[in-house]
Design a protein around this ligand. Structure first.
Ligand code: FAD
Length: 144
């Protein structure tokens, strides 16, 4: 079994409502737990950044399905490769709404991993995207 992590970014044709994001999360939780996939999905102002981890073929199949989903576009893989251990094993999928975070925290976090304090994951390199997601996951765990 080849444990793999895929990180991609995408944009939405328009801003998504809380109800739409929750619907995606519910589907993801139900499907991913059946496939032993774990991960994190970050959303802010029309941009997604998501990490999927699990068995290679399951991750590939899921990404191919997600990339065809008309609710977003310009899906771009930022990082893909084998991993020794999962980083998000506590979540079948965790939704982190960056817009729900306090403004100063959000801006500081994005600035730490980007060229500016604007969330533009399609412009991020894989290492930056990966570090941002891990920092967000750690902050979310601490806040729980
Ligand atoms: P069905 O539910 O049968 O849907 C058929 C088609 O319609 C698919 O192309 C589907 O993408 C599309 N569709 C479904 N609901 C809507 C809607 N409300 N509006 C417009 N089109 C719709 N799924 C997971 O299982 N795991 C994940 O981690 C995951 N992450 C996602 C992250 C993002 C950013 C997005 C946008 C979607 C994500 N999804 C995830 C959902 C995924 O794209 C599929 O919709 C889902 O897996 C169901 O696939 P299906 O083939 O059974 O399609």
């Amino acid at each position: 079994m080849k444990l793999t992590r895929l990180i991609y970014a995408s944009v939405t044709p328009r801003e998504m409502s809380y109800a739409e994001l929750t619907a995606i999360l519910r589907t993801a939780e139900a499907h991913n737990s059946q496939q032993s996939i774990t991960g994190i999905l970050c959303y802010s102002r029309g941009s997604f950044l998501q990490a999927l981890e699990g068995e290679r073929d399951a991750v590939n199949a899921l990404y191919n399905r997600i990339a065809r989903d008309p609710r977003h576009e310009s899906c771009t893989i930022l990082r893909y490769g084998r991993i020794a251990a999962r980083a998000y094993d506590d979540w079948s999928m965790k939704l982190v709404g960056l817009d729900d975070q306090p403004t100063a925290f959000r801006r500081a976090l994005i600035l730490k991993y980007s060229g500016s304090s604007t969330f533009e994951p399609l412009r991020m390199a894989g290492a930056q995207a990966s570090a941002l997601l891990e920092a967000l996951a750690n902050a979310t765990r601490k806040a729980a």
